[in-house]
Design a protein around this ligand. Structure first.
Ligand SMILES: Cc1cc2nc3c(=O)[nH]c(=O)nc-3n(C[C@H](O)[C@H](O)[C@H](O)COP(=O)(O)OP(=O)(O)OC[C@H]3O[C@@H](n4cnc5c(N)ncnc54)[C@H](O)[C@@H]3O)c2cc1C
Length: 404
């Protein structure tokens, strides 16, 4: 979650929106006194099809069914097959207990395989692909059907929220609250090692070593493996099976608004090479962009990321811009600044079988009595809600272990 400044605008460079089903994240926003910054956004989106944009309301299957963004047969099957399927399985499709989908037999195959067999190829290419590619950095072929069904079920009836002034307000306010309560927050200081001992944990960084009773490792799984010494082999094996995909985003500052009223424009599979979605920041409704300016955040397709991630920023811009202009011609000649943001480890991939892997973590107490608990979105799913849920669980386990 990062809000940066580009010229006189604010850029939400990663996380954009939060759903009404994010009960734990929304409770945290309230607890840290940011509810007045929480803004319900219109959810106006668009799909690219047949060389033009088709407006839809995000998460509204009714709006998908009435829009021109999907072929007629697919829309009919959404109504006659998919909605009843999601209702039938609703008890196994819980964002706060994704492992239930594995127990319900929905984690053994990819959403690409399930979707082509049960609905059709357009469902996978035009609906599943843009959503997963743009917002979860993954393709339908590498994503568990159960994980997608959870997103689809929550999306049937959802309100969306942004943070006025940018999502970066959330970690900033959180840090303020921790300091106000007597805690210390250090940023920009990578931990180089964590040594687990009989007494607790010794945390090392450039600033030296410091001993603690216990640590919460709220970093991606590969970082845990890299920096924590003394992890049991079963826990190392479990962490080793968490897969990631690096990702990036490209911000384009324009000297005028882009025009259309929608926020997110997504591209079906095969319609573009490198661009999965464009998020029109001035249409988010959270005061990031002064009037008279435009600001786009461009997100890559999962397939393009390996060829983009090591390019310099100018080359990333040069590869992505033509595809943006094809869909939004008014952008041409109006880009005044650009910036690339990179997540070299990236987003955890919810591959087929991964929800069962989460179930194994919950069932087997792999941390034992270590003075270390794991947190991070990979313990639920790549969203702010996943990260907060994992943090709340970590605190509960830590309190039990420290006997409080
Ligand atoms: C492009 C993009 C768009 C997204 N859009 C949305 C969205 O719209 N809505 C949504 O809910 N979610 C979205 N997400 C997902 C969401 O941002 C993440 O799931 C969430 O931020 C993960 O939180 P986390 O605490 O698990 O990990 P992170 O946010 O990755 O936090 C881990 C932290 O650990 C730090 N760190 C790493 N190594 C070390 C070290 N050695 N020492 C000290 N610190 C270290 C990192 O710098 C980082 O600050 C998006 C993600 C991306 C990349």
């Amino acid at each position: 979650m990062l809000t940066d400044r580009l010229g006189d605008t604010h850029v939400d460079a990663g996380a954009q929106l939060f759903g009404s089903m994010y009960t734990r994240f929304l409770a945290l926003v309230e607890e840290i006194g940011l509810q007045d910054r929480l803004v319900q956004v219109p959810g106006r989106d668009a799909l690219w099809r047949g060389g033009r944009t088709h407006e839809v309301v995000y998460g509204s299957i009714a709006s998908m069914i009435s829009s021109g963004g999907l072929p007629l047969g697919t829309k009919l099957r959404l109504g006659s097959t998919y909605l009843p399927f999601l209702s039938r399985h609703s008890r196994a499709l819980d964002l706060h207990s994704p492992e239930d989908a594995a127990a319900g037999g929905l984690d053994a195959e990819s959403i690409a395989d399930w979707g082509v067999r049960e609905i059709d190829t357009a469902f996978v290419a035009a609906l599943v692909y843009p959503q997963l590619g743009a917002y979860y950095g993954a393709s339908p072929g590498e994503t568990s059907a159960g994980f997608y069904h959870i997103l689809a079920r929550d999306g049937m009836d959802v309100k969306l929220y942004g943070i006025r002034g940018g999502v970066g307000e959330v970690p900033a306010r959180l840090a303020e609250r921790i300091e106000a309560a007597g805690g210390e927050v250090r940023t920009g200081l990578p931990v180089t090692s964590v040594r687990l001992t009989a007494e607790g944990a010794v945390v090392a960084s450039e600033a030296g070593e410091k001993a603690f009773d216990a640590v919460v490792a709220a970093v991606p799984a590969p970082v845990v493996l890299d920096i924590v010494e003394g992890l049991p082999i079963l826990l190392r094996d479990w962490l080793g099976a968490v897969r990631y995909r690096p990702t990036l985003s490209l911000a384009l500052l324009l000297d005028r608004p882009v025009g259309p009223r929608f926020f997110g424009l997504s591209f079906p599979e095969g319609q573009t090479n490198v661009v999965a979605a464009v998020a029109v920041q001035e249409n988010k409704g959270v005061d990031l962009v002064p009037s008279g300016r435009g600001l786009l955040l461009v997100l890559p397709t999962p397939e393009a990321v390996p060829s983009l991630i090591d390019l310099d920023s100018r080359q990333v811009h040069d590869r992505m811009l033509p595809e943006v202009i094809r869909a939004l011609p008014r952008v041409q000649q109006h880009v005044v600044r650009a910036r690339v943001y990179r997540w070299p480890i990236g987003t955890p991939i919810m591959y087929p079988g991964y929800l069962g892997h989460l179930g194994a973590f919950r069932a087997s107490n792999l941390e034992g009595s270590l003075p270390l608990v794991l947190a991070g979105d990979y313990l639920y799913g790549p969203s702010a809600e996943g990260a907060v849920s994992a943090a709340l669980d970590a605190v509960r386990r830590l309190e039990t272990r420290l006997g409080q």
